[in-house]
Design a protein around this ligand. Structure first.
Ligand SMILES: CC(C)(COP(=O)(O)OP(=O)(O)OC[C@H]1O[C@@H](n2cnc3c(N)ncnc32)[C@H](O)[C@@H]1OP(=O)(O)O)[C@@H](O)C(=O)NCCC(=O)NCCS
Length: 152
């Protein structure tokens, strides 16, 4: 298993196929975000995991100043639960630490992945948590990982 930061056309074809199949078979997944995924290649925002010469997972990141955001992370359904998502997310966390990023944010969608993110050390965005406790209706779950102790 290796992480590729400059995916090829062949990788994109792999992603397109399983994302489309996932949508057809389950009605779920990120095929509806295909344009974001395809456009992120030229902006160096797309990372994939290659396994047996195929792209089996993808991560789209954004970087605003010293803050990283994970826009999309998804693993091909039949490869889930094998440590691939953790490997890809950990690699981005390591990259963010290397450049002294302040934090990594994620809008946790679907929320079924909440336990996955929390197992990596993400916590609920304190500002959003306060709003939720005050009773402000919240549709989305915002998680984050603070990286610089000085910024806390
Ligand atoms: C969420 C997702 C990216 C995790 O990737 P994965 O390769 O299946 O996860 P891993 O095998 O690396 O699991 C890492 C840990 O998270 C846990 N985990 C993974 N998915 C989980 C889930 N849905 N619920 C609870 N725990 C989960 C695993 O048990 C594992 O814990 P462990 O290391 O203590 O054994 C993947 O399941 C996926 O693509 N899901 C659909 C899309 C999605 O929800 N993306 C997140 C968008 S915010």
């Amino acid at each position: 298993m290796k992480i590729v930061k400059n995916p090829t056309e062949a990788h994109l074809r792999d992603l397109y196929k399983w994302l489309k199949d996932e949508e057809i078979e389950s009605g779920e997944g990120f095929f509806c975000n295909w344009n974001i995924i395809a456009n992120s290649v030229s902006e160096d925002k797309l990372y994939i995991v290659e396994l047996d010469s195929r792209a089996v997972a993808l991560l789209v990141k954004w970087q605003f100043s010293s803050c990283f955001e994970i826009d999309i992370l998804t693993v091909e359904p039949r490869y889930r639960g094998k440590g691939i998502g953790r490997h890809l997310a950990t690699s981005l966390i390591d990259e963010a630490k290397k450049v002294n990023a302040e934090k990594i944010s994620i809008q946790c969608m679907p929320t079924s992945s909440e336990a996955f993110w929390k197992s990596l050390g993400f916590i609920e965005d304190p500002d959003k948590l306060c709003e939720r406790i005050r009773g402000v209706p919240m549709q989305d779950l915002h998680l984050e990982m603070r990286l610089c102790a000085n910024e806390l």
